[in-house]
Design a protein around this ligand. Structure first.
Ligand SMILES: C[S@@+](CC[C@H](N)C(=O)[O-])C[C@H]1O[C@@H](n2cnc3c(N)ncnc32)[C@H](O)[C@@H]1O
Length: 236
């Protein structure tokens, strides 16, 4: 990457860290709707299915992950110091570090499973750089599970975040095609989650039912796209 784009990337990451430092105290409260719970349930069932012994949680926030699952080895990383402070307070026995997903301060081939849940991977100008970092720290044969938002969220149909105006911040909105281009996984599955957005705010079960019926048809139109990737076993 050329030097000037590195500098742009660094100031972008600083800007994002500031936003999450600002949101941190309200973050858990904001994502408490029945729809959020329904989405979490679907995503964590999938994570559990692919979970190895050691987990890296990129953009862990206050660690929603540990609310749902209890892995033996867990490391949460986040660029926001305030989010990490809250995570440490909630889970003092667990490991958390402040760091940037574009340049993970971690050794190659360390984790059985890497997760990045609920849109952290959208907060970049250089998605390929993050995809390469994820592959680097995954052990051969390890799994990645991530959820990102696509064009559906860009146009804010039925689903936009209510708390903060993201329209002023450049965000990478993914498509199935751009995910396939960025991630060099040996196996890659992309699923759609929640086509109805916030329409059934009181009925989290619709999120689950709908996933069963439609989840495999049109991920580009869903509120979240779930990426399930497996790194090749061979290192050649
Ligand atoms: C929408 S929140 C999701 C938090 C958590 N995964 C969850 O599901 O509740 C996105 C998180 O990504 C973090 N983040 C954004 N850019 C990052 C970066 N470059 N490196 C590490 N974390 C980042 C933010 O600070 C924030 O905590």
């Amino acid at each position: 990457m050329r030097l000037y784009s590195k500098a742009i990337n660094m100031s972008y990451v600083k800007e994002i860290a500031k936003i999450y430092d600002y949101l941190a105290d309200r973050y858990d409260y904001i994502y408490q709707s029945p729809v959020n719970h329904g989405e979490n349930r679907v995503v964590f069932d999938l994570v559990e299915k692919h979970m190895g012994k050691s987990i890296l949680d990129i953009g862990c926030g206050t660690s929603l992950f540990l609310e749902y699952l209890n892995p033996s080895k867990y490391l949460g990383i986040d660029v926001s110091e305030k989010m990490i402070a809250l995570a440490r307070k909630r889970y003092p026995e667990r490991h958390f570090i402040v760091g940037d997903m574009h340049n993970l301060p971690l050794k190659d081939e360390t984790f059985d499973t890497v997760v990045s849940l609920f849109s952290c991977l959208n907060l970049t100008l250089t998605p390929k750089m993050i995809a390469d970092e994820i592959l680097r720290v995954l052990k051969p044969g390890g799994h990645f599970i991530g959820t990102v938002v696509g064009l559906r969220m860009k146009y804010n149909i039925l689903a936009g975040p209510k708390d903060h105006d993201w329209r002023n911040i450049p965000i990478t909105y993914y498509t199935q095609k751009s995910i396939k281009e960025a991630f060099g996984f040996e196996e890659l599955q992309i699923l759609g989650l929640n086509y109805l957005g916030n329409l059934f705010e009181k009925h989290e079960r619709y999120v689950n039912n709908e996933f069963g019926l439609l989840g495999r048809t049109a991920p580009d139109l869903a509120r979240h796209m779930i990426i399930i990737g497996r790194k090749s076993l061979s290192t050649v």
